[in-house]
Write a protein that binds this ligand. Sequence first.
Ligand SMILES: [Fe+2]
Length: 352
Amino acid sequence: MGVSVSFASMPSILVVDDSPSLVHYLKTALSAARYHVHTAYNGREAVEVIKSRPVDVILCDLQMPEMDGKKLRRKLMAHGRYSRIPFVAMSAHDTAENFNAMRELQAAAFLTKPFKPEQLFIVLSRLQEEARLQELSERRLVRLEKNLLVRSIVSLAQALDARDNCTRTHSVAAARVAVKIAARMGIPRADIRQLFIAGKLHDIGKIGIPDAILQKPARLTEEEFAVIKTHPQAGARILAPIPSLREAAEIIHCHHERPDGKGYPRGLSGGEIHFLAHILSIADVFEALMSDRPYRRGLPLEETLTIMSGGRGTQFHAECFDSFLILVREGCFAGVGKGREGAAGATCPDPA
Ligand SMILES: [Fe+2]
């Protein structure tokens, strides 16, 4: 508690002065201007207030008993968190010594008593604008870092695609199919973004699977398939350190689960499965069946739909599957499996 570096809509000002009449006067003026006001009558009391509630700005007298303004500022500067709260000094003594001390202690402003509330409001507006700009640039930095992380992971996925003939470009193509289904179902934009990332990275967990299994140009044995089954969890683990991709990680973890509980790795069923994973699962299988594999050609559209329709409500979420079928009939996936949605490819090999 105690620190609020991004001003709330109603900023909190801590007024610190040993004169009760001045504290009352400033509190009245600030409250009328819609600021939230806390008060203290010396530095020691101010520390207690700062520790216990959010404070956006400290407006502090320099000459006070017990702990004066300079000592308070020094104490706050020693604590990384509290040093970020803008400190506005006020004093009747506009001496060079006080000015220099406040410059040294990085005060945000110095108001010479007596001052009009309007002078204080100008200072507070400026501080509010500075806090807003700082928050914006911090947010931009976080977004940049996130993009950088995502790009690094996508590069990793591309390295996997290059290693695995079976999934070359499959992930991106499946992600595009999934996004179209989600958009058709009215899924919110932010969720679609997570789905697209999950789609592009859904088989990233295969990075740890030996080439002998991953590149086997034939159907897998049960033992080999057991190894393949570890990839959803491994993929979710790769994304786990990125808090903003938590949703994508869970979608990846669930992309081989089935509504009837016969999927893997956890055997989840129905509502236990992340809803967007149902969509990704349809896109994943559709793109895989339509595309060439090393040991077979991609299937024609009608044959693919016949096979997949048998899994409506058991392998595939019924409502998602119906939306997918509408899009197919509208010709939205004409390029899938022919290289136009991302070239040929296939998903996880089936067991023998
Ligand atoms: Fe997979």
